[in-house]
Design a protein around this ligand. Structure first.
Ligand SMILES: CC(C)(COP(=O)(O)OP(=O)(O)OC[C@H]1O[C@@H](n2cnc3c(N)ncnc32)[C@H](O)[C@@H]1OP(=O)(O)O)[C@@H](O)C(=O)NCCC(=O)NCCS
Length: 319
């Protein structure tokens, strides 16, 4: 559907709003820049992936040739859509119906899909108007490397072996992703886990017969802030070993390549459906919750077989 024709509508205030897909690198950059302006600490490498997936819609709204709104729509293979970022950036442009027209256009495009988003608490009523229902709470947690725990990183534990995710078959990764999130998304997994430029790793049993966890870490747009996303693990012990290992790698790299003035810290999103994740990051790592969101769905919620294996994700693409 990418590259669909322009759609034009008139807002209740009489403005003519044109909606079309972003089609230049500069237009794709709007999503990153506006998310940054909202202080959502976006991850440039993830936003680059969203723009490369042909089924995704990166929608822009124009009034008199000026961009007033953006709405990214992540379209998965099993008739599931997750949307965000969704922004009318300029305060002068808010409340004029632009956001409504963008959202309604998107909902009309996907009438029989399960459609999800994460929202801040003061916007829940807004989405309820569109038939979206609240399912559960999502926490953004943040902190620095819990140095006293480093003896439990993968490199120190003989029962595990860390391998690059590029060595794991794509089919295996797609199925694991589907079982944990309920989203079937080959393109996303290929670009996130099979691209050698991504820091994506699998944690295997020592004999490499079983894959116990999968995780990726990448810099956000905020200097020194890294996002762990996604992080799947079969147990809290695996999640801890994998997260510590990835963070230590960032610290090691930082010590080699940069001046020491940037303070490093780490963040991820975890959901209340996995109490082990909250316990790991808040109690064991001693991190703080810096944001509370609600996960909303319209139509239904995709069923994951092992949602309790999801320890961290990026709330833009929800995985
Ligand atoms: C949320 C946002 C996209 C809405 O777009 P908008 O163009 O300002 O909204 P609209 O003018 O289309 O508003 C539609 C209706 O929703 C209402 N509304 C807007 N924000 C609301 C909120 N936070 N809670 C409840 N209702 C809200 C408006 O009052 C309007 O009601 P009306 O039709 O009865 O007058 C926009 O305000 C925005 O970008 N905010 C900052 C970024 C953000 O929060 N994005 C969403 C992430 S979850």
């Amino acid at each position: 559907m990418a590259g669909s024709p322009e759609f034009t509508t008139t807002t209740t205030k009489g403005d003519i709003l044109t909606i079309r897909d972003a089609c230049t690198p500069e237009e794709h950059d709007i999503f990153l820049q506006w998310s940054d302006a909202c202080q959502w600490d976006p991850c440039p490498s993830d936003y680059a992936i969203y723009g490369q997936i042909p089924t995704n819609r990166m929608l822009l709204g124009f009034v008199q040739g000026r961009i007033v709104a953006c709405l990214a729509v992540h379209v998965f293979e099993n008739r599931v859509v997750f949307f965000g970022p969704y922004i009318v950036l300029n305060p002068m442009d808010r409340g004029k119906g632009y956001g409504h027209c963008m959202l309604q256009y998107m909902l009309d495009q996907f009438p029989d899909y399960d459609i999800g988003c994460d929202t801040e608490l003061d916007r829940i009523e807004y989405y309820h108007r569109y038939g979206m229902e609240t399912y559960y709470t999502v926490y953004c947690v943040r902190g620095d490397l819990p140095t006293p725990l480093m003896s439990q990183a993968a490199r120190h534990l003989s029962e595990y072996q860390l391998v690059s995710a590029t060595e794991i078959s794509l089919d295996f990764i797609v199925n694991m992703d589907y079982e944990v999130t309920g989203f079937r998304r080959t393109d996303f997994c290929q670009k996130k886990f099979h691209d050698p430029s991504q820091s994506a790793f699998a944690l295997c049993s020592a004999d490499q017969k079983e894959i116990l966890g999968l995780a990726c870490i990448a810099p956000t747009i905020s200097p020194g802030l890294y996002l762990i996303s996604p992080l799947y693990a079969k147990s809290p012990r695996v999640a801890r070993a994998l997260a510590l290992e990835l963070m230590q790698r960032v610290v090691d790299q930082h010590n080699v390549t940069s001046d020491m003035n940037t303070y490093l810290n780490f963040t991820l999103y975890c959901q209340e459906t996995n109490p082990d994740a909250l316990d790991l990051f808040l109690n064991v790592f001693g991190w703080k919750s810096v944001g509370v969101y609600k996960r909303l769905w319209k139509g239904g919620i995709p069923t994951a077989q092992y949602p309790q294996r999801l320890y961290g994700y990026n709330n833009s693409e929800c995985g």
